[in-house]
Design a protein. Sequence first.
Length: 385
Amino acid sequence: MSPRLAVTLTPTHLRAILASGWRDVPGRTLDVAWSPEDPDSGITALREQVGGVDSIAVAVGLGLLHVKRVELPPAPDDARERMLALESERFFATPDPVVVALAPAGAVAFAVGAAALESWCAAFERWAPVVRVEAAPIAIARVMGPSASGDFQLEAAEGEHGFLSIRSGVVAAARRIPQAVEASPGAALPTRDGVAPSHLAAWGALLGAEGDERATLASPARRRAGAARRRRRLAVACVAAAAGLTLAAVSADRWRGRTLEALQGEVASRREAAAPGEAALAARARLDAEVALVARQAPARNTVLGALAAISSALPNDAVILSVHAVGRDWQVDGTAASAAALVPVLDRDGRFENVRALSASSRFRDGPRTRETFSIALRVRPRS
């Protein structure tokens, strides 16, 4: 990006300062002789030393200004400035048309010949766009800051003293004083931001280049052009911001896509590597489930087997068990024996059983040379203590 240029116009010199295209940091300063009546030669000489620039801000020095303290009705600054422009001949003793500006929040007005100003701006615009034109006292007050107060000497025309009074960052007074009348009052301007006093007005104009058109030495047409230029810059900035956000969103989406693909690939590779371990864990889980099932069933199985063993040991040797049926601790035993009637007393005397009873009458039958009787006995197995 090309640098930006700011120039203070004095009756004899162009006092220029350069700044980068994107930061308000002062750079090289230059002084080039010129004549307000022949602006092209001086501006061409300056251009040869500087080269291409992105934009130009202009501060019109006190020596080229008409200055007047004005009393206007209370109103906003832009309305008071319109009053001043509407009847400029009442305030400034010049027959020629002028361009006027009112110091912000003050009562000091500045004017410059409209034809001369237009010729200066046209000469500069053959080099680069002129983005701001304002009175040097206003530009200096901006550089000094909102809390600055004091009386200062200012460069004026040959044979004159310049005077500038600033109160709380506002231009309170400005005068061109003939040297024969009185000595120049006030102190010398200080250095600000590393800029010498001689170039402070140019630096102040550059710092205000992006501001609105109030308090500028610009014709209505130039003010409209300046407002349109700021709107265009704002629109371009908005489009650039939108494009940047869109690009950032697209980049973020692509980054997410690449990240997701990488994660999916890593998951697949890790899943493949973990397959044997997952199979082993599944097998172990199945074994654990079987062990738990066996552990749950073992007490019941042991109880059933123990009860069956107890019944078998309690019955006489000639008893044959044909079927058993158990629900919890309640058992039914069916079979044959030499004497069915003797079985109930035998089981009832056994301390391992209770509630022993015959469920049906026995029947006698011949089994070869032997006589046998059927039995069906119900009993309850006592729980183990």
